[in-house]
Design a binder for this molecule. Structure first.
Ligand SMILES: [Fe+2]
Ligand SMILES: [Fe+2]
Length: 340
């Protein structure tokens, strides 16, 4: 017997059976012996065997009871149990398997059969352990790769956002701040994690369509002409076209497309009304208006956060979604929300 050999615990109240099993297994396995149920449980408490050969009929606590106690505890539930007993009726076997035993050997047994079955179940146990440790390694690798990809995606999106903002320095950081506020509103409204992720990405890129608008219009001071406003109004559709082919579990291109739609149909580009507008877009609109009005623009000074909040409150339920407005007001007035 080598010290590295698997440890097999023999549980039997009959010394003759124990001797037979010891003689059969002693060359290939380390052996533990317990002469009744409670002693077996004590033994296992101190030393976890690789496999248990368990007699059923024992005075006091029988083998079924021992087995079900072992299966109820996470430390011992995966140790294979083979019942060895003189009972040979089908019902006994069924009960043994139902309790989680892996095999059943009836007395009188053949030494070679016992040895072969013990070896088989030990190999199976080893394979299960190797598989589960490989699974743990694989899961770790998948997690690492996913984190890397998410980082890359985040950096790419920020780079895209910066591209449009360098052409429009007065609104630098606008998209990031809108995304921050929109996510806070969505969180307050109890939207799902997935919806909030979609809003975050849509928020960071919502004005990317402005890349198609001449900088002379974007940076022009003073009131814009109608024709210039018409030009500005194309940016949700341009943004949608830029984003629509990016494979994503979230409909962020659609959210971007609808970020200037208003409840009464006076928005653009499609003049959608009420429920025709996605909830995520309605939230983005409230965040967009609040951030834009409170900040400086080339054609007007900063109006301030109080002005912005008064505007969304006034148009609550008319232009802007009531729930999103309520959440936004609460964030600023009660939760001390601040743009980063
Ligand atoms: Fe916009
Ligand atoms: Fe915007």
């Amino acid at each position: 017997m080598k010290t590295g050999n698997p440890l097999v615990l023999i549980v039997d109240d009959n010394s003759t059976n124990i001797d037979l099993l010891v003689n059969t297994l002693k060359d290939d396995f380390r052996l533990g012996i317990a002469k009744n149920g409670p002693k077996a449980l004590d033994y296992i408490e101190k030393k976890l065997p690789d496999l248990i050969l368990l007699d059923i009929m024992m005075p006091g606590m029988n083998g079924y009871e021992v087995c079900s106690r072992l299966k109820a505890v996470s430390r011992t539930k995966d140790v294979p149990v083979i019942f060895i007993t003189a009972m040979s009726e089908a019902g006994d076997k069924t009960q043994g398997f139902e309790l989680g035993a892996v095999d059943y050997i009836t007395k009188p047994f053949h030494a070679t059969e016992v040895k072969a079955r013990v070896q088989t179940h030990l190999s199976l146990k080893k394979m299960r352990e190797e598989l589960s440790s490989q699974n743990v390694i694989l899961e770790q690798k998948v997690e690492e790769k996913t984190a890397q990809l998410q980082e890359m995606l985040g950096a790419t999106i920020r780079a895209m956002a910066m591209m449009v903002e360098t052409r429009d320095p007065y609104t630098a950081g606008h998209q990031q701040r809108v995304a921050q506020l929109a996510c806070a509103i969505a969180g307050k409204m109890g939207l799902s994690k997935d919806q909030i992720s979609a809003i975050r990405f849509a928020g960071i890129l919502h004005d990317i369509g402005k890349i198609r608008i001449p900088t002379s219009i974007l940076n022009r001071s003073g009131k814009l002409l109608d024709a210039e406003f018409d030009m500005i109004r194309i940016h949700p559709k341009v943004g949608y076209d830029l984003l629509k082919n990016i494979p994503s579990p979230w409909p962020f291109a659609q959210i971007v497309l609808q970020h200037h739609e208003l409840l009464d149909g006076s928005g653009y580009p499609k003049h959608l009304k009420g429920d025709e507008i996605m909830q995520e877009s309605k939230i983005l609109t409230v965040a967009d208006v609040t951030e834009a009005e409170s900040s400086y623009r080339p054609y007007r000074p900063a109006l301030g956060i109080e002005f912005a909040l008064e505007d969304i409150r006034k148009n609550r339920g008319k232009l802007y979604d009531s729930d999103a407005v309520d959440a936004c007001l609460e964030l600023f007035q009660q939760d001390n929300f601040k743009f980063e």
